[in-house]
Design a protein around this ligand. Structure first.
Ligand SMILES: [Zn+2]
Length: 495
């Protein structure tokens, strides 16, 4: 699931007895926030228009069967199967204004007189078209209802023009390292986003649900010398009329909670893993030394690839923002600039999410344990190795707090919906994976750990599919075991 950085921070509180939330660099230096842009330019939003056919088979990779969330049903609409978002965004720091044009190609999942997207109420919609024709739309609260009839399995292009000062939404959590989701504006006018489990709709019209992955292209404009950063590959960068425009392309489908965008004074460096993955590091221009610590990610990626197989995407990047927490995003890791969120264990945890969370994604938020359990377990394996202790000993140290977090926030796969991302979804499932390893042996366990994400490459799925696959692969009857660990009110006995 999501802010694993935040997760990590929560862990730090538990395991390290307190973690500084002060905004300091990796070596404790204060971070220089970016100077304001040198010009007062108001960047213009590009209007990409629709190029090509909505029926282009290139979009087929993003076909999904969207579902209504059992935990947060107010967000997302199963009537829409988003295939490709073309997001053109212009950010004016002086006025805190985001101007956007979103062109979404989607498949209608049924016949209907209208369809619905999520869009924050702070953004004012000026025009909506479907296949080029202007249509009426009602923007009520977080819902944008487009009054255009759709036919099951037909594809449409909807274009939405909007502008405003985005406002984040309340997070359904009691965690102290974050309380809001979505587009966040810093005192200096920089902006960044983190949005697990929902919050993408604070900055673009979207079917904001993880069961509906889609392809993305971004065109980001901001006054120079600031830069816009997003997921995927940076395909172009131009400076014209005191405006920097960058374009980003995401070649594989992503869940909306895994999209990210940031506008600010960034500089980038790169290094390369042993397997040849080039990793980019986007850090505040005033604090280039922050990249030094992050560049250890290359060694962490080597370690993960030995266990999980080749990195599943074409690009990998790290983006530092003014936050107390961090989270994996698609092909990117967005991290707050704190000693903890930039620590090596967090880098490993967040990169592990690119297999567990990004490559295969839970289709319902009740199953966020599918992400956090295995990334925590991998983090535990890594920590044990670094500390020179056994994984057993690492798990013993975590087990000490498992019962408490289960009591406070509920069983890992039946947690309290108002307690999203608490420790119960991390430790218990990590312990469960270790118990499964004891039960079926290293060979079988390490094989299923490695093979599951690729077995559901680019898909969103649920616990039933995962459990059935595990039973098929291991030849074991696991229902009672999984039920006890994921749905039980108390921690099952450990071997
Ligand atoms: Zn995580």
């Amino acid at each position: 699931m999501r802010r694993s950085g935040a997760v990590a921070l929560a862990l730090a509180t538990l395991l390290l007895g307190g973690c500084s939330a002060t905004l300091t660099g990796a070596k404790g230096e204060p971070v220089t926030s970016g100077p304001p842009p040198t010009s007062d330019a108001t960047p213009e939003v590009a209007d990409p228009g629709l190029s090509g056919s909505v029926d282009d088979p290139a979009y087929d990779i993003a076909l999904s069967e969207p579902v209504e969330d059992s935990y947060y049903p107010d967000v997302g609409d199963p009537g829409v199967d988003a295939l490709h978002y073309d997001l053109s965004l212009a950010w004016t720091p002086r006025t805190r204004t985001l101007e956007g044009v979103t062109t979404l190609i989607f498949r209608a999942t049924g016949d209907a007189e209208s369809f619905q997207l999520d869009l924050g109420p702070a953004l004012e919609v000026s025009a909506v078209t479907v296949d080029g024709a202007e249509v009426p739309a009602e923007h009520d609260g977080d819902d944008l209802v487009v009054a255009a009839p759709v036919v099951a399995d037909e594809r449409y292009a909807v274009e939405v023009h909007y502008a405003g000062t985005p406002e984040p939404v309340q997070a359904p959590t009691t965690r102290t390292d974050f309380s809001t989701l979505g587009f966040t504006i810093t005192p200096s006018g920089e902006a960044w986003t983190m949005q697990e489990p929902y919050g993408a709709h604070t900055w673009y019209p979207v079917n904001d649900h993880p069961s509906d992955k889609a392809l993305y292209d971004f065109t980001l404009s901001v006054p120079s010398p600031w830069t816009g950063v997003a997921n995927g590959e940076l395909t172009s960068r131009t400076e014209e009329a005191a405006t920097t425009t960058t374009q980003w392309h995401l070649a594989e489908p992503a869940a909306s909670y895994l999209t990210t965008v940031a506008f600010g004074d960034y500089t980038s460096t790169t290094n390369t893993s042993a397997s040849g993955v080039e990793i980019s590091y986007w850090v505040p221009s005033g604090s280039p030394q922050l990249a030094d610590g992050l560049e250890r990610a290359a060694a962490g990626l080597d370690w993960l690839e030995e266990r999980l197989g080749p990195y599943p995407f074409d690009t990998l990047g790290f983006l530092l923002v003014d936050s107390q927490s961090g989270m994996e995003t698609q092909t990117m890791v967005t991290l707050g600039i704190t000693d903890y969120t930039m620590s090596e264990r967090v880098l490993v945890h967040e990169m592990a999410h690119h297999w567990y969370g990004d490559q295969v994604t839970p289709e319902d938020w009740r199953d966020v344990w599918m992400n956090e359990g295995m990334t925590m377990y991998l983090q535990g394996m890594w920590q044990a190795e670094r500390a020179g202790i056994s994984v057993d000993e690492q798990m013993d140290s975590w087990a000490a707090t498992e019962e408490t977090s289960r009591t406070e926030s509920g069983p890992p796969a039946a947690y309290d919906p108002g307690a999203f991302g608490e420790n119960n979804i991390y430790y218990g499932p990590a312990l469960m994976w270790h118990e499964l390893r004891e039960r079926i042996g290293d060979d079988a366990f390490l094989r299923v750990m490695r093979e599951w994400p690729a077995a559901r490459d680019n898909r969103s799925t649920d616990r039933d599919d995962y459990w059935a696959w595990l039973e098929e692969e291991t030849g074991e009857e696991l229902t009672a075991f999984l039920d006890a660990w994921l749905l039980g009110e108390t921690t099952p006995p450990r071997d």
